[in-house]
Design a protein around this ligand. Sequence first.
Ligand code: ADP
Ligand code: GN1
Ligand code: MG
Length: 381
Amino acid sequence: MENNQDKIDSAKQIVANFLIEGSVGDIKPFGSGHINDTYRVYNNEPDKTDYLLQRVNHNIFKDVPGLINNIAYVTTHIKNKLREVPGADLDKQVLTLIPAKGDLFYHQDVDGNYWRLYLFLKDTKGYDVVKTEQQAAEGGKAFGAFQTMLADVEVSKLIEVIPNFHNIIFRLKNFESALNADVAGRAKNVGLEIAFVNARIDVMSEIDRLGKLGKLPVRVTHNDTKFNNVLLDADDKAQCVIDLDTIMPGYTAFDFGDAVRTIINMAAEDEADVEKIQLNMPLFKAFAEAFLAQTAHYMTVTEIRSLVQGVLLLPYMIGVRFLTDYLSGDVYFKIKYPEHNLVRARAQFQLVRKLEENYDEIYSIVLRSVNDNKEVDSLKA
Ligand code: ADP
Ligand code: GN1
Ligand code: MG
């Protein structure tokens, strides 16, 4: 197996295939994502930009060229929108893919791995846990603006990067198969979690039902709006939405729900002490108001109501996915210790419990946030 130094040496060779400015200095592993391998590429020339190199996980993303096309399409679209905004910085406020030699936005190495390079966004921060209302509001502004800038994209322009990614029926089927197969001999440890999942199948299927009835608009959604996927600048102002791998057609409730999952929770996504999983309503309110200020005016009434259902669904769904991976022997998410996926699942299910207890308040915060933007009488029904 390659050690870190070997990995860095091969990363240097990889960067040589991209059209960069300046010359490559140090390369260091970077960030805390669960899926891809990420490196910061330092430029030897002080006045030239650094880069972010990523090996895209092609076990998970089966059509990497299609995925890169999605990203190229979306980032070009956003850059065009930003051109009309006075003072906008197109290199800072949206990701910039660097072309590889041969006119593609990726490089495939001899082992079949896919690599891409972005401009590095320096002096930015991503937060795993949100601390201030300003941060939460900036997240709402960033994800809201992102969605709004993409509202006029024809969804058929994008491929479905991972089919059924946010389809809870599909996720529950996978869970059941993993449970029955029990390849890691772990089913015996998860009796309580199985009961938790089964008790909520009906209510958690509501978005799927509405979607199948054609009652939810299909939009271009990000699908991985955890808070650390928006970078804030040195003053904690929203700068750039990142991690665009899962951009594809979806429902707005997915993006709202996944962001709230990581904003309202005072503890980390994988907190082992479930007592620490508490809701921070002011952070939720700050996020919801900022998100809805950007988006409510074009959303339908059913769609706005579905946002609150998404707040329950997203932590439930990722909990089911963590639990499925635990039962499958940890084949999908990167883990730091053997029980990590189980701990993650338990933390997410605890969050669902807290959200259920506070459902009415969450609902009314959403209604009040919409109030400024739209006639909401019909929402109260
Ligand atoms: P993953 O899908 O594995 O989560 P991400 O695309 O979110 O990967 O990025 C991994 C890490 O790199 C994160 O810590 C993120 O904050 C950081 N990051 C991503 N894109 C950039 C960028 N263009 N400039 C600076 N940091 C970035
Ligand atoms: C993964 O890549 P990353 O770490 O941002 C996952 C998301 C989960 C998230 C949970 C492609 O996101 O769906 O919500 O972990 N991405 C994929 O932290 O499965
Ligand atoms: Mg990420």
